[in-house]
Design a protein around this ligand. Structure first.
Ligand SMILES: Cc1cc2nc3c(=O)[nH]c(=O)nc-3n(C[C@H](O)[C@H](O)[C@H](O)COP(=O)(O)O)c2cc1C
Length: 397
């Protein structure tokens, strides 16, 4: 095995957390929390990740409050699910792995039919296209009290996660979720101290990071997934993204994961490859949403042909600007050659689809230098987030 694959598969430490290798299963919303409760299937999925050999597996998505869920079939961090969450963390530990949870708030794009507030809140008022079908067509602007509340939710969720056995937390600063709505000039039109300059737009994200750090202490790893670009006109671009990374670095993030695109404006930029539109149309239950998808069609689900390591250039620019945080590469690493290149430049790698295709990737690749993963980036797994049983690789059936 090459020097760099040796590096990938050798034990390492992250802030004192012992990891058996540098492979992290990326946050891929599993769709296995009926009515918000983690199911046995979710536990089995992450147990299998651990048994398959990854160093750290990421549970997605761990909303920081009930109204921070995109859909009601997502879990949010609260005492009512402690037994299931503790069973999940136990299962991963029994499998020999460690686990992180992706902490997020959906902000203005809720489609949660159990929504408890009056309307979803983001940085600025806007239409909530995805919420029209469930009676949430408009999003309002957060007041300062709402912002303080969100910060407190990040704090409390982190406390809960640590006490329930998570080994690390990943804050979602990207993909158009609540914190990235503040970072992006496309969605943040505020004129107070939370809008305008990049340091103002970063005020809430940095407060959330500070609150999570306060909750978990200095020894607990905090990862942050952020955008390199929103991929839409008027949105976040790479030059500002580098400043975002620098501010998170100064704010004490331990690992940065540069990704791109937004779920609500340009989803295909996240993963590239075959369009998810046909599969989504097949599985979407709401006739209204299906009509919206058809209308938005190709302008929303844009074409990005798949290539390996598609975020490499952007991720290198972030790496060059960062002083303290470690860098984790994400985006199209599914061959051993790609993983070798990644390990030349970065500290960790996150993998999504390749591990959905083969949860035993690490064990298989360690045993066979000619291992081929077989993921074709057809993205059918991504459409399965709408399936009642959640995600799997249909090509494995
Ligand atoms: C089924 C599926 C669900 C996903 N859900 C999330 C999510 O909940 N949070 C997130 O940050 N990214 C999510 N992503 C994006 C992945 O984390 C990752 O950024 C993307 O798949 C690119 O990595 P890959 O080429 O290794 O698959 C999802 C991807 C897939 C395929």
């Amino acid at each position: 095995m090459s020097e760099y694959l040796d590096k990938l598969f050798a034990p390492t430490q992250l802030k004192g957390l012992e990891l058996r290798n540098r492979v992290i299963r990326a946050a891929t919303f599993e769709g296995k929390c009926p009515n918000g409760y983690p199911s046995d299937d979710l536990i089995a999925l992450h147990r299998e990740m651990a048994e398959g050999g990854v160093g750290l597996t990421t549970v997605a998505y761990c909303a920081v409050e009930a109204d921070g869920r995109v859909k009601k079939e997502m879990m949010y961090m609260h005492e009512g699910i402690r037994p299931q969450v503790e069973a999940l963390t136990r299962a991963v530990h029994e499998g020999g792995g460690k686990l992180s949870g992706q902490m997020g708030h959906c902000g203005n794009f809720s489609q949660n039919s159990d929504f408890q507030g009056k309307r979803p809140l983001g940085p600025s008022p806007m239409l909530n296209m995805g919420g029209i079908g469930c009676g949430l067509p408009f999003a309002g602007a957060m007041t300062h009290a709402d912002i303080d509340h969100v910060v407190q939710c990040f704090h409390d969720a982190a406390l809960f996660m640590k006490s329930a056995g998570f080994d690390a937390a990943e804050i979602h600063f990207g993909h158009g979720y609540g914190l990235s709505q503040f970072i992006s000039p496309k969605t943040n039109k505020r004129t107070d101290e939370y809008g305008g300059s990049i340091s103002n737009r970063m005020r809430l994200p940095l407060r959330a990071l500070e609150a999570v750090r306060k909750a978990v202490g200095d020894d607990f790893p905090i990862l942050g997934k952020m955008g390199l670009t929103d991929g839409v006109k008027g949105g976040l671009e790479i030059d500002e993204a580098i400043e975002v990374a620098a501010l998170l670095d100064e704010g004490g993030i331990d690992v940065l994961i540069p990704s791109g695109g937004t779920s609500s404006m340009n989803p295909m930029l996240l993963f590239r490859g075959d369009s998810i539109l046909p599969g989504m149309l097949e599985l979407e239950k709401s006739a209204f949403m299906r009509m919206g998808m058809r209308m938005m069609g190709k302008s929303f689900f844009r074409e990005y042909p798949y290539e390996e390591l598609y975020f490499l250039d952007g991720a290198k620019r972030i790496r060059d600007r960062i002083k303290n945080a470690k860098l984790c590469y994400i985006g199209g690493s599914s061959t051993l050659e790609s993983l070798e290149s990644v390990m030349r430049e970065f500290d960790f790698v996150q993998m999504g689809r390749a591990l959905i295709k083969d949860p035993y990737f690490v064990k298989h690749a360690m045993a066979d230098p000619n291992y081929i993963n077989g993921c074709t980036h057809c993205n059918k797994c991504a459409t399965m987030i709408l399936h009642p049983d959640g995600i799997r690789c249909p090509e494995n059936d």
